[in-house]
Design a protein around this ligand. Structure first.
Ligand code: AVI
Length: 323
């Protein structure tokens, strides 16, 4: 039953050259901003894996514990012969935990924008679960997603862990939930989301003492240099992440340390000292607010698991039935 773990898809959706116009527009806007998906080239993906192991970065281990502690309940909600579609497939650990607790899972379809990384993660899962058909899809899951052929919607559970939904604006998150509810009629969604909490905990999680998050953020400039013929001096920018209480989100920034001109794909871009590029927003959600947003998008909440310290939530949602 096992298939090749090579990704389906013919281009790297997040390749910078293919997105030149959008990137230049972001760098020339009054508030410079780039899409967070560009953080994930191969090195960025590795650095993100390292972030997930840091003592300050609580989301990963909290979610992993939630998956472990509630494995039996999750398995009984999902049922036998499940077809698991993972959005923004990160490290294979969470997928392995989920597949490991299910009754004869049939298919695993990881969807990600980082080709090499996707292939490696898929190969790891395929090796661990030889009876599961593994079909990686190279795609940006925020674009319309064509469901790979073998998936039947009734048994499909979309696994969207890691609070990746938090990297979309609230408006885009609501729109994605609506699209998914329609696309997944008859299926379900297991959604992991970071909860609003005190600013000190959040600040530490995104400004870690070993500087891994800083390296992850600055890697975006190295990627622009390599893929868009830019000449960012990495020493002339610094990582910062601030908690915006009003919008309940972390804002990750690349801050110019001096007045300077940087060339990107033939365009000269002026930076004043202290001016910054926003490289990521990471929204935090009160579980009730998130459930309201999901319900408005057409989902029905079956169960919500929250850890004892109320740091992270895992929600099991049902899509509308097939009419
Ligand atoms: C992938 N995403 C949910 C992470 C987050 O927490 O927003 C990315 C990240 N950025 C800095 N640290 C981790």
């Amino acid at each position: 039953m096992r298939q090749s773990a090579s990704p389906v898809g013919d281009s790297t959706p997040a390749g910078l050259a293919a997105n030149r116009q959008e990137i230049l527009a972001g760098l020339m806007a009054a508030q410079k901003q780039l899409e967070p998906k560009y953080l994930y080239d191969e090195r960025g993906s590795r650095l993100f894996d390292e972030i997930c192991t840091l003592p300050e970065y609580y989301p990963t281990r909290t979610e992993v514990n939630l998956l472990r502690t509630n494995a039996a309940a999750i398995a009984s909600f999902i049922g036998p012969r499940a077809e698991v579609l993972e959005l923004g497939a990160g490290s294979s650990l969470k997928a392995s935990l989920l597949l490991g607790c299910l009754d004869e899972p049939a298919i695993y379809v990881p969807v990600d924008i980082s080709a090499d990384y996707l292939e490696q993660q898929a190969a790891e899962v395929a090796a661990l679960f030889p009876r599961v058909m593994v079909r990686p899809v190279l795609a940006d899951f925020t674009d319309a997603l064509a469901l790979p052929r073998p998936l039947t919607r009734e048994r499909t559970v979309v696994f969207f862990p890691g609070s990746t939904i938090g990297n979309l604006s609230r408006r885009r998150a609501a729109a994605l939930l609506s699209t998914l509810a329609e696309q997944m009629r008859g299926g379900a969604l297991l959604l992991g989301v970071d909860i609003c909490k005190d600013a000190a905990t959040l600040h530490a999680a995104y400004n870690d003492s070993r500087g891994v998050t800083a390296a992850f953020n600055l890697n975006l400039l190295a990627r622009l240099n390599r893929e868009l013929d830019a000449d960012f001096e990495l020493d002339a920018f610094e990582h910062d992440a601030v908690y915006d209480l009003q919008n309940e989100r972390i804002e990750m920034r690349l801050v110019s340390q001096r007045d300077q001109v940087v060339n990107v794909a033939g365009m000269a871009i002026l930076f004043r000292k202290g001016e910054y590029i926003i490289s990521e927003h990471s929204h935090k959600y009160d579980p009730d607010d998130l459930a309201r947003m999901a319900t408005a998008a057409g989902w029905r909440l079956d169960q919500c698991w929250i850890d004892d310290s109320e740091r992270f939530s895992l929600q099991y949602l049902r899509a509308p039935t097939i009419s």
